[in-house]
Design a binder for this molecule. Sequence first.
Ligand SMILES: [Zn+2]
Length: 274
Amino acid sequence: MSACPVCGGESKGTALTGLLTCRDCGLAFAAEKHAVVAAYAPGLEREIYGSAKTKLFEAALDWLDHALPGQGRLLDVGCAGGELLRAAGARGWRGEGVELDGRLADLAAGGGAAVHRRPVEECGLEGSAYAAVTVFEVFSQMDAPVAAAAEISKLLKPGGAVYIREFNSGFHLPLLRLQSGWLFKSLGLKPAVLHDFNFTPRSLRVMLERAGFREISIRNSRPTSGDPYRSGGRLGGFSTGLLKFLYYSLAQALWLLSLGRVYAGSSLIITARK
Ligand SMILES: [Zn+2]
């Protein structure tokens, strides 16, 4: 059994997913690194990275504008084609990106921002220089998320903030069981998302605490618009979007009723300060 890369706890294997799950923090992780394979049909990138997330990017920038009224340098880790960087630039932030996919990095650089093309912990960026770091659904796909979290903490100025959106494995792992049943199969639904690292709220909190962050706050994220991954099968974009919103409302109700203990949302928003 491998030790949990986040908390060092003991892990046990799960037959359905082939992943190891930490008994202490709940992180579900691959014992061996898989080659990253895009889980969506080619040609959907623009919608997945851009238009479906426009509102989520605006919400992130609203939060950062409020938390850091002086603004300054913003680093978007996993910046894709630079959609968030362009929105940040329009509000007065000085944006820079990190993107490993060469084609996406070129797109982002075309918008005028500096784009670094190595994992963030290998970029050699200036420490204590950034007011804000954003990380949208990237920790789950990194080779070394714990090292990346530590590096992000180093890059931020004291008082700087990180804004993270990450898949919630507390939603996606149980869903994988449902997905193998007849109802989901007959509708062509494939909403579960699995990566090399599948985080729970607790494993994200432990990772950030160990990287030196404080004021860590976790909440359910609003869903992306429509059905950018085409995971809703026969339901189509509008119905899938509506279902996702209804589900989000239920998840929020559960979170309130459990006094902030149960996170059922498909993705989480995590904010923290250095
Ligand atoms: Zn753990």
